[in-house]
Design a protein around this ligand. Structure first.
Ligand SMILES: *Cc1c(COP(=O)(O)O)cnc(C)c1O
Length: 396
């Protein structure tokens, strides 16, 4: 079936759809003739997400987490809108500079950096760095003298569908010691950061981290060092199959917690949305390569797509993120399917423990639309595994 037919079908079944796909994306896909899976991102949706964040958190600066989707068009658009950027590597810093953003709008937010890369970033004018231990402070003091540093504290990641848990951050108790070392080595002890876990569906999860941050601010003040910034991280969700609270709920919950823990001296704040900025702006079009059964009596079908875990759908690991999938047969009877990718690796299976309900009438050659795929897909796509091209992307 060609994409023209498919899109006609999809229009007719809008009442069964999980979310609406933008008319611009539909138009683009209707005229597309190339083979292979593609991610189509609607820049109007990115723009509107940025505006929504800016409105819901009016006193907070936005540092887009570049790793979510570093497409040049997205970085350029966000630069024009006034966004700042959270980068994890020199590569990401170079992409942001190339998009036209000045170095003072960039944070080197990875707590794990080679000293050479810190020096390169410093040379390019970046002066804001994340740390979570004393050894990293020492690197920055040597390679980026005088820079501002913020200390990342651990968060437990409860209620997040993609928790970041143990890898980054230190316990709050040792943050004052780390920041005091920074101060003694001539750096500016700037503040605290944390990340409540990605796809965080509970707006109250910022509260305990803000309580810890406030107590670190007090302890530093007792040591004669004034901190000025709290980096509230990312975690703002995208709508997949389950409902999520709006960004406004996050803004008001965060503001209430800031008031509760900091009283009248609310610090400068920043957020680092990744998923929440681009997730709902993208749709992947993929093709059904095979529908089969392993035995005659099986009632579960295997559906193989031309995209899988190694070509962008890595967040289906442990079946953590469940994407809404639209087919040309939506509205007809559904049955359980194992959904798998096209590669010769047997872990290239997206949903099996909890089978995915898809129409019985789904056929080889059908095009399916995987919604909410603007974040963490192109960046997770391998190159040339099994000779299959990585996920292509177009920003419209
Ligand atoms: C990945 C990351 C983010 C973005 O997280 P989302 O949950 O996608 O919003 C923000 N900050 C840091 C430090 C990150 O590593």
């Amino acid at each position: 079936m060609n994409s023209l037919n498919m899109n006609t079908h999809i229009k007719n079944t809008d009442k069964f759809a999980h979310t609406q796909i933008s008319a611009r994306i539909e138009d683009y896909l209707r005229s597309r003739r190339e083979d292979g899976p593609i991610l189509v991102v609607d820049s109007n949706i990115v723009r509107s997400n940025y505006m929504t964040f800016a409105k819901a958190l009016p006193d907070t600066r936005i540092f887009y987490a570049v790793k979510a989707n570093p497409a040049p068009e997205i970085l350029e658009l966000l630069t024009q809108l006034g966004s700042c950027f959270d980068c994890a590597s020199i590569g990401e810093i170079e992409m942001v500079l190339a998009a036209g953003a000045a170095a003072d709008r960039i944070s080197f937010g990875n707590t794990i950096k080679k000293e050479r890369d810190i020096a390169k970033a410093h040379e390019k004018g970046i002066s804001l760095f994340a740390v979570d231990c004393e050894a990293e402070v020492e690197k920055i003091a040597r390679a980026a003298p005088g820079a501002r540093v913020f200390c990342r504290i651990l968060c437990d990641g409860t209620d997040a569908e993609w928790p970041l848990s143990r890898k980054f951050g230190c316990v709050p108790e040792i943050a004052p010691r780390i920041l005091e070392l920074a101060h003694r080595l001539g750096l500016k002890a700037h503040g605290i950061s944390f990340h409540v876990g990605s796809q965080q569906r509970n707006p109250e999860m910022w509260d305990s981290a803000l309580a810890s941050s406030a107590s670190i601010f007090r302890e530093m003040a007792e040591r004669g060092i004034t901190l000025s910034m709290v980096n509230l991280g990312g975690g703002f969700p995208t709508k997949y199959l389950k409902e999520i609270p709006g960004v406004e709920s996050y803004g008001s919950a965060i503001f209430r917690s800031l008031r509760k823990h900091f009283g009248n001296s609310i610090p400068e704040t920043i957020i680092e949305p990744g998923r929440g900025m681009v997730g709902n702006a993208g749709v992947i079009e993929s093709e059904v390569v095979l529908v089969s059964k392993k035995a005659d009596q099986d009632n579960v079908r295997w559906v193989y797509l031309d995209i899988g875990k190694f070509h962008g759908l890595a967040e289906t690991m442990d079946e953590a993120i469940r994407y809404p999938i639209r087919t040309p047969h939506d509205g007809s009877a559904l049955g359980p399917c194992v959904l798998a990718g096209p590669t010769c690796d047997s872990v290239d299976v997206m949903y099996e423990k909890v089978p995915y309900e898809l129409p019985f009438s789904l056929e080889i050659g059908d095009r399916v639309l995987i919604e909410g795929t603007g974040a963490y897909t192109t960046t997770y796509s391998s190159r040339d595994f099994n000779g299959m091209a990585g996920l292509t992307q177009v920003v419209i």
